[in-house]
Structure formats: C-alpha cells, structure tokens
Design a protein around this ligand. Sequence first.
Ligand code: AMP
Ligand code: ZN
Length: 112
Amino acid sequence: MNQSDDCLFCKIVRGEIPSTKVYEDDTTYAFRDIHPKARVHVLIVPRRHYANAAELASKDPQELAHIVQVAQHIADDAFHGSYRLIFNTGLDAGQSVFHVHAHVLTGETLDE
Ligand code: AMP
Ligand code: ZN
C-alpha cells in the first residue's frame, strides 16, 4: 500500500473527502480547518505526500517556499497581510495528520 492511500489530506486533495477550498494550483491545495482557532484558519498542503515540514524542506524546498507565498496571499485577502504560520511537527507537538500542512491563522488580531 502506498503511504498516501490511507492519508486524510491525500483524500482531501483527491476530492474523496469534502473540504472548503480556499486556494489551489498545480502543486498546492488550501482549505478551511474544520475546527478553526481563528476567524480565518486555513490549512495549506502540497498535493504530493510528505510527512512533515522537514521532509518537505529536504525533498521539495521550492514547494515549501511556495506554501509561504500562498499563506501571504491568503492573509493579504483576509487581513491586510498579517498572519501566523504554524507547522506542528511530531505527536508531542500536536501533529495529528502526517501529511505536511501549514496552519494559517488570520482574519483577526491574534493573541501573543
Ligand atoms: P495538526 O493537529 O497540526 O496535525 O492539524 C490537523 C488539523 O486538521 C486540525 O486543526 C484539524 O482540525 C484539521 N482537520 C482534521 N480533519 C479535517 C477535515 N476533514 N477537514 C478540514 N480540517 C480537518
Ligand atoms: Zn497524504
């Protein structure tokens, strides 16, 4: 079985599980988090499966840079360009889906 066959975010990227799309292009998909922690809480994922940010950084650094640009674009639209970008990495840091995803929190003034 391929690593991605049983992956929640691969299924979302393939459209097998519904999501609310915020942005997409050839390499990248962004959708609303179902349990938002800010007025605007978006997850940005590469279409290709990588387990975490470090794996993405080593195998496809251009995509990692692109994800940052997409975050900026979302925040430009939602909240004059201010946002928080989070990559939870590892179980003990709260990573629950092992397909790399950037959390973009924006749309309101965030607590420090
Ligand atoms: P993490 O805990 O950093 O791995 O983030 C996983 C995120 O995915 C959490 O914030 C969840 O609320 C979110 N999530 C889980 N299932 C879905 C889904 N079907 N659609 C959108 N977001 C989801
Ligand atoms: Zn995946």
